[in-house]
Write a protein that binds this ligand. Sequence first.
Ligand code: ADP
Ligand code: MG
Length: 642
Amino acid sequence: MSQPDLHSVLLKYWGFSSFRPMQEDIIQSAVDGNDTLALLPTGGGKSLCYQVPGMAMEGLCIVVSPLIALMKDQVQALRDKGIKAVGIYHGLSKAEIDNAVDNCVYGDVKFLYMSPERLATDLIRSRIVKMKVNLLAIDEAHCISQWGYDFRPPYLRIAEIRELIPHTPLLALTATATRQVVTDIQDKLGFSKPKVFQKSFERKNLAYVVFKEEDKLRKLLKVANNVNGTGVVYVRNRKRTREIADWLMQQGISADFYHAGLDSRERDARQDAWMKERTRVIVSTNAFGMGIDKPNVRFVVHMDLPDSPEAYFQEAGRGGRDGNKAYAILLFNQSDLIDLRKFHERSFPPLKDIKTIYNCLGNYYQLAMGSGKDQSMPFDMVAFANHYHMDPFLVFNALGFLEKEGYLAVSEALSNPSRIMFMVNNEALYRFQVANPRYDPFIKVLLRSYSGLFTEFSKIREQDIARRSGIDTELVRKMLNALHQMQILHYKAQNEKPLITFLQGRMAATDLTISREVYKERKLFAKQRMQAMIDYVVAATTCRSLYLLNYFGETTARRCGQCDVCLEQNKAGVTDYEYKQLANLIRKHIQEEQISMEELIRKLDINISEEKAMNVLRHLRDNQHIVEDSETILHWKGGDKE
Ligand code: ADP
Ligand code: MG
């Protein structure tokens, strides 16, 4: 096979004249047929790493991704370039899925996007062997590792699919992975030999800052007033997004709020206003940001502690994509540490509650045992929780668990436009029109308004059809439903509600296989990540950037010189080595015995000047790592690291 010219593909379809760092190596490796793992930070350009080889080679590229909204965006973006792409996700009818899969086997589809749950269905398994798959791309590949912060068991089934297409190379991509996860990904995906490309996660233009702060709102205001440009403010609680946005507005700062509870149109409008800089600051839950590609975000402020360094790194990393200076600021106080621990506990509802909630769901939708597989139902979490007098937060977490175990999938509210496709061919339709003159003008409008209706689903707007045929929108819906009933066409009406999909037939709650060991282990890993996050804020004696990079296994990084720790350290006029040595020594003395400031200084008889020692001491005290009680005895308050 001749070597495809990757540069011309890049230029022809994307209009970019050069690859970003690492992209070309990764792509070349995939084209050469290697199983490859690519670690690029968010915004590093991972999509192109599979899209370019997918285009450059004959056949089709299958992309596995857990995020439906992102999948839809990418499919649309490819189509806008004239590339044939399809996506299969929950909420599509069986006919739509059949049709999409057929197009992959017999048509000239270049990209097939799927959730991992879909990949493992019998339909896909039986057809995938008939497809000419040139590359199997696994986005968000860390989801396959139980050590990772976002483990999703359905990912494990990718290995089975691999065996069906053993000669297809695999390209796994992720933005966050610790050393352990990197090994695990390759292992679980059955890499023939290890092959990892990693771009350093160092963000040279991003200054990490942590403030221990009781009055967070004041601090936030100060940040917004001192830093020019656009910002994102993350909070955990939906209600608070509105409160904080309102408060900022009162202080004269252009702000809006965003969370997954808003309907999709509302979310799009707010996101758009922020992207176009009609809104300066967006206050949001972690629902905001995925797939958002705004280069000039100047500050990202966290008002609550994220539950893992992985999550923090991703969210903070949305600042300064353009390479210009940006700030990643985390505000915390003592009560946050308690809240985070509570949150951790609540994220792991007792197994028996999870099982009860599963059972209630089956009853709610009146599913018989064994039935319901692959069915999607509109789902209103609050209504459901109220119906059974349960805490919505408990329901939310239990569903999260069931979802991760592959029993269910809950999709966010997406604006799925209505779609139609004819079920009969041209001649049969004509016969129908002749036999049913009442429908004739209506069908003519459909045929005139949309092309390709015989071969694929087209998006329609009932309002447009109503206008063109001079009837009201409600009647259009009725007619479409009637034609659907008569099996003349498939009509998928627009859907605005979140959907819940049973990925397996309903089973007795006692048969759910969430083992106690798995559950316990999962909880333990989550706890370790939480602890690492707490250490990040509390142990303020290591450069913030270094701390994060070390967490992700980068050992060669150097201190950033611009985070709060480095700035303080610079002020103290000591080198890294001196600082660490002194801080450690001071801690040791304080923890070992009751000691006053004067005694401590006397005891620090190392070969560093007293002035430097005082500087470090002052720094530790100013940052509340050491405090003095009424007896003037010193206490160590900081973390135990360094
Ligand atoms: P990731 O998945 O790694 O977070 P994306 O694939 O979403 O990143 O890409 C982020 C942005 O970078 C996109 O807007 C994309 O078009 C752009 N991009 C990727 N590669 C290049 C390139 N070689 N030249 C210019 N822009 C690029
Ligand atoms: Mg991506």
